[in-house]
Design a protein around this ligand. Structure first.
Ligand code: ATP
Length: 508
């Protein structure tokens, strides 16, 4: 996937009503986006699939919907007031601000790009006889670059683990990293920057309290642990899931909906017995990777990345990374959070937040393994992977959004061949019957060929064409998006046919 493909994703998303820049009539607000009429359907379908996979399919997981505003002590307890910082650095010439860790990571990505280029060149040169593994292990250029990469990683991890801001600055200078805008190496020192948005609660002056927009949904789950455990009579191990907005004042928000200041998370906290965290961490790693693959994402688009630098609350953590057009990047985090959050809330609230184990007759603060996926990043991953430009047999081309059928905004489009001679009426009758089964569209504008193309670009799995014969034999032509195969189906069998192909249950 290339930079060009990424541009295509952005323009396609706008042209077909998936994503618009926010407040566009006022020239937009940086890194803020609105989901359009088709985007909201796809987004809701991703949420529905996640919710069903996590809550409905697990008898020991339930969901909640906590408020975005929370008591300010929440963020004191969670460590976000003291430690939710990013290291930032400014370029003095362009006046642009960057995250220091991302500047270094981008430098590493460039080295990786050079290695891949080397391999591609050799593949071309040696043809069928090329053995990538041996080449990687023996080629001096690849080995040198791998060594460089590892050296940088070691230095970077050491600097970040010890929060040594001057060592991070030194590394940027040593690597001669330049500002992508000005091209200069004229950097300020590295400083820490808190990512939480602050606002005031209350309208009477002098009586307001500063509160924060939540930077993660997880804390809404932690503060409700006891409520859910007691009212739901939950036995450990059990989980609480939540989907909702989170806000981070990202230093650089970029790459379309990949990094925004307002975004949505789908998180699940799994409460477990202390000492069993390794087992459950492995379990959720595997389960979540399977979830991504069940959406048809190929193996080579996904990988694990283990964290070397652990957040203040974690004893093990990894990311699931997806191959975006701009490289492998995090889409989901799986974190073994120990009992850090509940312990902190217990201390600050002075309320006992425990679990009483009736079998052992003892109580303890549960440990937690978390799965946390960004809904917007999942949306971008699906679009990046599904959007294809195909050359057809007759030499023409088409754009197709090959989404999993059950996630597509519309499952079917009902298209009368022409508007006259009763075909529209017949098509509307079919649309009205189908609409209770699934989201579908009715479209009578433009030639049938153009309507097929439009629906391919929207990802609609089936186009149902009503023609003159339909009036006689009560059948329609059903065209499938990916194969473009057409078959004649009786109108009376249409609902069952569509449902048997697009039902979300097929993904489980
Ligand atoms: P990054 O390193 O990319 O900043 P993170 O490690 O801080 O991400 P987490 O705190 O683990 O992210 O959040 C869980 C998930 O929330 C991420 O895997 C990602 O999908 C999503 N997410 C985090 N920050 C953003 C953002 N600014 N915009 C969109 N999604 C985000």
């Amino acid at each position: 996937m290339t930079e060009e493909h990424f541009k295509k994703i952005i323009s396609h998303s706008k042209e077909f009503g998936f994503i618009f820049p926010s407040s566009e009539i006022y020239d937009g607000l940086s890194a803020t986006y609105d989901y359009g009429q088709n985007g909201v359907e796809l987004k809701n379908n991703i949420k529905k699939f996640w919710w069903r996979s996590m809550v409905q399919m697990h008898e020991n997981i339930v969901g909640i919907d906590a408020a975005i505003f929370m008591h300010p002590n929440t963020w004191k307890a969670s460590g976000h007031i003291d430690a939710f910082n990013d290291p930032l650095i400014d370029n003095k010439d362009s006046k642009k601000r960057y995250r220091a860790d991302i500047l270094i990571e981008d430098y590493i990505l460039k080295i990786e790009g050079k290695i891949e280029k080397e391999i591609k060149k050799a593949k071309k040169r040696f043809g069928k006889d090329f053995n990538e593994k041996t080449f990687r292990e023996t080629n001096p250029n690849v080995l040198r670059r791998e060594r460089d990469k590892n050296d940088i990683k070691i230095k970077m991890d050491k600097a970040f683990n010890s929060e040594d801001l001057s060592a991070i600055y030194d590394l940027i200078i040593e690597l001669e990293i330049t500002c992508p805008v000005s091209g200069s190496k004229n950097w300020t020192n590295v400083r820490q920057f808190n990512l939480m948005f602050k606002t005031d609660l209350g309208s009477v002056s002098g009586e307001s309290t500063s509160i924060f927009l939540r930077p993660e949904t997880a804390q809404g789950i932690f503060v409700n642990y006891l409520n859910v455990q007691k009212t739901g009579r939950k036995k450990i191990p059990f989980g609480i899931a939540q989907i909702g907005k989170a806000f981070r004042n990202e230093i650089i928000a970029r790459q379309f909906i990949f990094r925004m200041r307002e975004f949505e998370q789908m998180e699940m906290q799994f409460f477990i017995k202390p000492g069993t965290q390794q087992k459950w961490y492995e379990h959720w790693k595997e389960t979540r990777m399977k979830w991504h693959k069940s959406l048809g994402i190929p193996e080579d688009y996904l990988r694990f990345h283990d964290h070397v630098k652990l957040a203040h609350y974690a004893d093990a953590a990894c990311d699931i990374e997806f191959k975006f057009p701009f490289g492998f990047k995090e889409i989901e985090g799986i974190h073994s959070r120990t009992n850090f959050d509940l312990k902190q809330h217990e201390e600050l609230s002075k309320k006992k937040i425990r679990y009483f184990d009736p079998e052992k007759n003892e109580s303890y603060i549960p440990y937690v393994v978390e799965t946390s996926i960004g809904l917007d990043r999942m949306f971008l991953a699906l679009i990046s992977y599904s959007l294809k430009e195909e050359t057809l047999e007759d030499g023409t081309s088409r754009t197709v959004l090959a989404l999993p059928f059950s996630l597509a905004p519309n499952k079917a489009a009902v298209l009368p061949l022409v508007k006259k001679d009763g075909l529209s009426e017949k098509a509307k009758e079919i649309f009205n019957n189908l609409k209770s089964i699934c989201n579908c569209a009715y479209d009578e504008k433009d030639s049938i060929g153009k309507r097929y193309r439009r629906n391919d670009a929207l990802g609609t799995p089936f186009c149902i064409t009503v023609d003159y014969e339909s009036i006689e034999d009560n059948s329609v032509t059903v065209r499938e998006r990916d194969s473009m195969n057409q078959e004649r189906i009786k109108i009376s069998e249409l609902s069952n046919f569509i449902d048997s192909k697009v039902n979300m249950n097929l993904l489980f």
